[in-house]
Write a protein that binds this ligand. Sequence first.
Ligand code: FMN
Length: 212
Amino acid sequence: MQFDMRALPLPARYKIINSTVTPRPIAWVTTLSTDGVRNAAPYSFFNAVGDDPPLLVLGLLKHPRHGGMKDTASNIMATGEFVVNLVCEADAERMNRCSVDAPPELDEIEYAGIETAPASVVKPPLIATAPVSFECRKVAALDIGPRQTVILGEILMAHIKDEFVIDAAKAYVDNPAMKLIGRTHGSGWYLRNGDAFQMDRPTYDPDWRERQ
Ligand SMILES: Cc1cc2nc3c(=O)[nH]c(=O)nc-3n(C[C@H](O)[C@H](O)[C@H](O)COP(=O)(O)O)c2cc1C
């Protein structure tokens, strides 16, 4: 079956993407407004897209009720800074609490009972319980269509909790121990990071036809 994404109504387009592009990592983004109000919110239209410079991408949809920017997008556009914190199982409920449609003047970090730590080079705080936090600066913002802003951020500083660093000199990190979670299909479904398998990357065999 084919779905013409150009003709489908918006909720159906969202469902097609949400229920196929899985699992998605979750960026738990901390920002500050120009007035200094602290904000935290989860975004799973998120991924790493490069390493020179180290780049992350966030897909920020417009607010479903008033059609303006969500607080995270307004804050990033106004200040150029944000922190992407990765979400572990123990933080799942606090992360979820941050997805409420709260007024912009609410300190969502206090509302969700989040413990913070100061960042090194940007103003928004780190989430102290997150296994990994990336301090970022906005390098580009693309408004593609009326309903979304895509933000590209350069990672300036990566924080990984000591207990997950196996060998700092070689940058070996114990990913399974972090117990990160991701979004999967359907409303409110999540995945634990626990069913990995390994495949070595093959080299090209110029005689591959003959071997068939
Ligand atoms: C796990 C999860 C992932 C989400 N991913 C996105 C996303 O990628 N883009 C988006 O616009 N909203 C996403 N949301 C909804 C926002 O978190 C929600 O609209 C929130 O209120 C935005 O907060 P803010 O206005 O403080 O930025 C997600 C919610 C959850 C629970």
